[in-house]
Write a protein that binds this ligand. Structure first.
Ligand code: LMR
Length: 330
């Protein structure tokens, strides 16, 4: 009976295909993994991409978003992408060190004075060339996405570099960031983003650096009594895919996806600017932490202390690249 039914269904499906002349193709599934909360610039950008693809390419492509290290944490997301377990990721620029040294330019302390300077550099020829800097390793850069400038949160007030001396700070996996903290005699520890809250809560570390949106959405402000508004470095992302997957897509699909990606990034960047201000205000309103504003003299002490890091990485990153990034401030 069951066999007869199965045969009937198969025959019906075959005649539909013969009548319409097309086999109903399975949609291409794109899994987009990331480590932050949904209510962040990256979380919102990823969801926007998913929605726009559903609206405009429904049936042909389906995007699934996995936030908050649900699928892969930041120690695993690049490997997972290269193995084809996921197709899109957007790690912080500090997390590409294993693939290229050049992208580390973005980690240099006090390099960009504001996000407009970052925009100018990212859209310049040199900035765009960096999107291609990992192609030999099988990684294609599809675009940059903003989060914003980083602040320092800590268990004790940090006004001058000497206040950080001997303190342990969690950093992303970047030697430049390690050197930045060593420059003020602090102890940097490379740890995954998903571990930071527990490390702070258990006092295994004294502080960390991040944007207001991450400090707010991860609730770091609830367990860190001080935030120094240092704006000392950049937290931006590169949206990446594996060359194998991306370049293997039918050209028309890829072109359509790239246009939707560009639109989603514009949306994400707008959110980034807004969230930076909104989440700072929410942190202030919570009264859980004190935001320390540096005087110009205090700030210049941090700038001076961290400046040697540029020279230290000049060879690896390239002087030309550092100079171009710095000139984007004008
Ligand atoms: C971090 O690890 O602190 C950030 O890169 C997390 C993120 O993706 O914003």
């Amino acid at each position: 009976m069951l066999k007869k039914f199965t045969t009937l269904v198969a025959t019906a499906a075959l005649s539909t295909m013969l009548l319409t002349g097309v086999a109903l193709a399975e949609p291409i599934v794109i899994k987009f993994t990331h480590v932050v909360a949904e209510n962040t610039p990256k979380g919102q950008m990823a969801n926007k991409f998913k929605d726009l693809v559903a609206e405009r390419m429904g049936g042909k492509v389906v995007v699934e978003v996995y936030p908050s290290s649900q699928l892969f944490g930041d120690n695993k997301e690049m490997e997972a992408m290269l193995l084809g377990d996921v197709q899109l990721a957007a790690p912080a620029l500090a997390k590409f060190e294993r693939f290229t040294k050049q992208v580390q330019v973005f980690d240099l302390p006090f390099l960009f004075k504001d996000m407009e300077a970052v925009d100018r550099f990212q859209s310049s020829d040199k900035g765009q060339a960096l999107l291609k800097s990992m192609e030999k390793k099988g990684v294609v850069g599809l675009g940059y996405l903003h989060n914003g400038l980083k602040q320092l949160s800590a268990s004790s007030p940090l006004r001058v570099p000497a206040d950080a001396s001997g303190k342990k700070f969690r950093i992303m996996t970047s030697d430049v960031l390690a050197a930045q903290f060593q420059a003020v005699n602090a102890i940097p520890l490379k740890k995954a983003f998903s571990e930071v809250f527990t490390l702070l809560q258990t006092k295994a570390i004294d502080g960390q650096e991040n944007t207001y949106s991450n400090i707010y959405s991860q609730k770091f402000f609830e367990i860190q009594p001080y935030i120094t508004e240092s704006n000392h470095g950049l937290l931006d992302y590169m949206i990446v895919s594996s060359s194998e997957f991306w370049l293997g897509l039918p050209a028309d699909i890829r072109t359509e996806l790239e246009a939707i990606m560009a639109e989603s990034v514009t949306f994400g960047n707008k959110i980034a600017g807004q969230k930076d201000l909104e989440d700072k205000q929410k942190i202030i309103d919570s009264k859980r932490t004190e935001i320390i504003t540096l005087t110009p003299a205090e700030r210049s002490q941090w700038v001076e202390a961290m400046k040697p890091v540029w020279k230290q990485f000049e060879k690896e990153i390239g002087k030309d690249l550092i100079d171009s990034a710095f000139q984007s401030n004008n």
